[in-house]
Design a protein around this ligand. Sequence first.
Ligand code: PRP
Ligand code: URA
Length: 208
Amino acid sequence: MNNLIKVQSPLIKRDITILRNVETNTEQFRNALSRITFVMASEISKSFEVEEIDVQTPLEVTTGYLIKKQIVLVPVLRAGLSMIQPFLDMIPNAKVGHIGLQRDENTLLPIDYYYKTPKELPGAKTILLDPMLATGGSAVAAFNYLKEKGAKDCILACLIAAPEGVEKMHREHPEIPVYTASLDRELNSNGYILPGLGDAGDRTFGTF
Ligand code: PRP
Ligand code: URA
């Protein structure tokens, strides 16, 4: 799984535990998800290229830095929405696209219902945001669309990944790095990640 980057720390481990716990309420869930995403944004930003500029301090001119490429964040609705703000806290000038996908409960295949992406995709670094990578169907479909729109430099940011999803991403989009806070054991027969955290959308938005 050489496209997989595990982002781990004691604080992330603690927050993943909060996400997994069935007793965690919606507010605690959102807060823990936000904290992990913030750390993930920082980790992913290590891959950004910078360009040098001159900056005038009150005393002299020195070297400063700009992020070279426009960053485009693309949350997969619904659960990916909760990952936008922590990324925007780090990258306030990021553009944001949206992709609406919902898994069919029987086939587990993604059904698309919404697309809106910025025109800057071809020259940008595009980060797809979705807390769950299960079968990988949604992420692969999202990247198929983003590539059709010209995206070339892409990253997937998820929080919990199943081996099945990582393998599918590797087969279909081998050049795209997959960042995750946890690589879980497997999928159950309903396509849920084990041990996982349940339905990320429902737990984020309180729609049980
Ligand atoms: C969840 C999750 C991913 C998808 C992952 O969304 O947020 O988008 O499932 O599963 P996959 O890797 O097998 O495609 P869901 O379809 O439940 O939609 P929701 O966020 O609107 O609840
Ligand atoms: N989507 C979720 O929200 N949770 C899973 O475990 C799998 C897909």
